[in-house]
Design a protein around this ligand. Structure first.
Ligand SMILES: CC(C)(COP(=O)(O)OP(=O)(O)OC[C@H]1O[C@@H](n2cnc3c(N)ncnc32)[C@H](O)[C@@H]1OP(=O)(O)O)[C@@H](O)C(=O)NCCC(=O)NCCS
Length: 169
């Protein structure tokens, strides 16, 4: 693995405020536009950005020299969503989105972000983390499995098949 870009070294990982949601949504649209298989990712709504920002965790920007190169959305206290995902505990963090700009892929930034979210989940005294991944999204799935997430089940979510991944901490 190349180690050219590292969060905390040349890449910043910073929570955003409500005023930056437009920027986050434009970034999300740009990433989805370039995805070969658009079924891999259902765009988050404005409310899905507002909830984490107002809640216990947040939306994070990854920046390289002031350029937005990544987006992470991590949400707590969403019992309705967790019930839809058939997650037995409500005391978990949902990783709702991780996106890295094409030029910055291949440096392990998804895994680095997952480590930071895990640290945050521990600070919040949560029991674990949850994510959903399209079964054919091999790059993302591999990263979650290598970070010791396990596949809880496969479900029909976001208009298609998704693997529900969980990690207890
Ligand atoms: C999933 C994602 C965040 C992974 O980015 P990343 O952490 O930079 O990827 P990695 O460092 O694990 O990359 C490992 C290798 O896979 C390649 N790779 C990663 N994502 C790729 C993609 N979407 N398409 C093609 N190759 C990809 C990298 O170039 C690298 O190749 P190399 O080893 O030959 O250099 C990124 O692909 C992405 O933003 N995808 C679109 C949004 C998405 O699917 N998010 C996850 C939703 S669950």
């Amino acid at each position: 693995m190349k180690e050219k870009h590292v969060i905390g070294d040349d890449i910043t990982f910073t929570p955003i405020d409500i005023g930056r949601i437009g920027e986050a949504m434009d970034f999300q649209a740009m990433i989805i536009e370039k995805m070969e298989n658009k079924d891999f990712f259902t765009p988050l709504t404005k409310q899905e950005f507002v909830t984490p920002i107002k809640g216990r965790d947040n939306v994070y920007f990854l920046k390289y020299k002031n350029e937005l190169i990544g987006l992470v959305v991590s949400t707590c206290d969403i019992p309705e969503v967790l019930s839809e995902y058939r997650i037995p505990s409500n005391n978990v963090m949902l990783i709702d989105s991780i996106m890295i700009k094409e030029d910055f892929r291949g440096f392990g930034l998804q895994k680095q972000a997952l480590s930071l979210l895990e640290k945050r989940a521990r600070e919040l005294d949560l029991e674990g983390l949850v994510a959903t991944v399209h079964p054919k999204n091999i790059y993302s799935l591999r990263n979650f499995l290598e970070m010791n997430y396990s596949i809880l089940h496969s479900a029909f979510l976001h208009g298609g098949e998704r693997l529900v991944l969980v990690k207890r901490i």
